[in-house]
Design a protein around this ligand. Sequence first.
Ligand code: NI
Length: 183
Amino acid sequence: MTASAKILPLLTAPDPLLRRHSAAVSAVDDSVRELMDSLVATMGVEGGIGLAAPQAGILWRVFVTRVDVEDGGPGKVLKMANPEIVWRSEERAVHCEGCLSVPELKADVERPAEVRVRYLDEAGEVREVRAGGLFAACLQHESDHLDGVLFFDRLGLVRRDMIIRRLRRRKREREAEGEDAVL
Ligand code: NI
């Protein structure tokens, strides 16, 4: 962990920055490592098992995860730059997903049950990880963030619209309370 790791303020839906496509990093340098460490620190404080840079408004293809591959609880931290899903299983699986950018809303999301992801680690080395279970869901959820996709986009239209309406209503309530003024 670099000394410069900081807790990043997170964006919540429907913030338009969450819908943008993030850019690949040209190299894993100190600024990328600093971002990775800040994401890890923020994920720890917020209690998530994954966090992608665009959730902090930083449009780089970087995310961190900490899923225990055995029981799905918090485990070993992985820091990834320019991750790419290079293989998806035919078999699909459903996991209950939430998101730090979509507070308090959770839904069962169906995705490929297993994936293989190629990425650059914090030393800039090319690595590949094969994942199943909640870890696979987490890697796909975080990869989606880099393309401006949120988990409820993966739901059927009715449930997706229900969540979008709820998020819009909350935003209006927050604005009415003047909360945005202090951000
Ligand atoms: Ni998320």
